[in-house]
Design a protein around this ligand. Structure first.
Ligand code: GUN
Length: 174
């Protein structure tokens, strides 16, 4: 997909903006609605920070809903082919689309243990990881406090959104 310029993101209609960027934060278009109010953006970084601010300024309940909008890694929605396009391609990039039975069971156990511990899905920016390092990361994070994990999950969500935006807008390449 060809990337759009920041000028284009500034020029499209409000509805068009929310439709185009509503998936940056998983199934949570209210983030794009909040960011849209800060247009025009000077560049990629300013645009991304507008999205981050929309999340950071939301209520605790909205933040928790955003976290809970994420599907489990190699979970039920992935198996059923019900992931959003973005999530499906991220999970594939870390090799989660082709797990052996044993690996799949390790993910299932990890997801269950994490949910029991924190009552949220385990969220990590999978594009920075392999399947092995995801499981290691979950193991390390399992001894965190609830508050630390909420903070970590939101940090990972911002990273995921930054990479998604980098795929769409010029100037976001690393
Ligand atoms: N990391 C990147 N994408 C996702 C996702 O869709 N779900 C979870 N749990 N973590 C992710």
């Amino acid at each position: 997909m060809r990337k759009a310029s920041i000028e284009k993101a500034n020029a499209i209609s409000r509805d068009g903006f929310v439709e185009t960027f509503g998936g940056l934060y998983e199934s949570s278009p209210w983030v794009a609605e909040g960011a849209e109010r800060e247009r025009p953006f000077e560049d990629f970084g300013v645009m991304l920070r507008a999205f981050e601010r929309a999340v950071d300024g939301a209520s605790e309940k909205e933040k928790l809903d955003l976290i809970r909008a994420h599907p489990d890694l190699a979970g039920k929605a992935a198996v059923a082919g019900e992931l959003t396009e973005e999530s499906a391609s991220e999970q594939t990039s870390a090799g989660l689309g082709r797990l052996s039975e044993e690996e799949f069971e390790r993910f299932t156990r990890m997801n269950r243990a994490y949910h029991e511990n924190f009552e949220i899905p385990f969220i990590v920016c999978v594009r920075e990881h392999t399947k092995e390092s995801i499981l290691e990361n979950a193991e390390v994070r399992s001894s965190n406090s609830y508050d630390e994990e909420i903070k970590t999950a939101l940090g990972e969500i911002h990273k995921i959104a930054g990479m998604r935006l980098g795929d769409m807008i010029e100037g976001g390449e690393k």
